[in-house]
Design a protein around this ligand. Sequence first.
Ligand code: ADP
Length: 441
Amino acid sequence: MQQRDAWRLAALFLTALLVGTLLGRTKWCLLLAALGYIVWMHTKLELLLSWMRDHKTHEPPEAPGAFEELSLEIDYLRERHKKRKKKLASYLKQFQQATRALPDATVVLDARNEVRWANNAARRDLGIRWPEDIGQRVTNLVRLPALRAFIERADEGEAIEIQSPTDTKRYLSVLLAPYGRDQQLLVARDVTQLHRANEIRRDFVANVSHELRTPITVFRGYLETLEAQAELAPPAWRPALTQMAAHSERMRQLVEELLLLSNLEREDRVPQPEVVNVSELVADAHARARELSQQREHLFSLEIDPHLRLRGSRTELYSAFSNLIFNAVHYTPERGVIRIRWYGDEAGAHFEVEDNGIGIGPEHIERLTERFYRVEQSRVRSAGGTGLGLAIVKHVLVRHNATLHIESTPGKGSRFRCDFPASEVVDVREEDAKPQVRDAG
Ligand code: ADP
């Protein structure tokens, strides 16, 4: 309590005591003085409260002593708070201006994938407007099945490429970055240049391969004729003819596989999927593999579920499955065991080729599906492969929404498994079990 207040209170009670003694009513006078003091304090407190709540229309209470100090202190704190708020608001504004000006489209999504905030680039590249689209589901604003599937999967670190919904000539790479509590940032970067460069590369490879096709065919035609009459050629030329024929066949295979790869790369999905009978397809590949195995007498074991079919492209699936089976033949020594399985479970359907061949070191597994990746140079040449087989397998699987898993131990063997999600599988057992609707007419 302030000294002045203490003196004032003491004076009040002394006066009350004096008057009370004079009137012979000391207790009453003291009580009256205390009551008066309480009422006065209460009125001033009320005024102080009203001023605190609304300092614009109310005046601070005019009371000397503690009340005056209190209102000055409150005034000071209020000013300080105001300054701090202003500073924070200016920081926030600067931060928002900076993020709004970011060249990459950035959208803040909540747990329900509804838009909370978006920058200028999001309006330009994704058509998401802020603040107009606040509370709207991002998948309702950008209606692309690939983006919807990506957001539902919400795989951290993964990115997908989409066409910009506002300008189909532009391509965006989209990724999701979770932060805070159930929030995530959707960031879309313009990758049109990269996409163009990839397109140019793919077209270049496709054009060169296409142009090489005719000369190689002519070349091979003449070589076949020469080989058929090899006895007419001088003996010294005969091995050269055989070598030229083998290499021209390798060149043909290379060109065909390069062309196939550039076609597979053109789109992420099979354009017109059909229902493919996998057991028939595997039987064909198995027959070819037996021819390939010849005197090496591999032991084949087949476990095939004939009821499981796949939605997709027969030729592409044949390419992928036969590549895996032929690789097993190439890289398994004679009398080795090659196990081929096609089975289903709750996750979907799986095609698996297992061998007890030479195997692959763990350091190579990650890179096996890269074009021309070779575990050892000598292996390719001796086995006659192009180095494109597994790249083709990977691309075919991407187009069928499937993934490749490789397990291998050097000297023991390898297992290549293609996992197809249930959405791509047709089980004809279930189809047959469905009640048939017959036309009563
Ligand atoms: P290639 O035409 O050379 O077989 P692929 O892309 O099919 O090319 O395979 C890439 C490399 O992976 C091969 O060169 C080979 O070293 C290795 N590889 C593939 N399949 C097997 C297998 N079943 N066993 C051992 N190595 C394999």
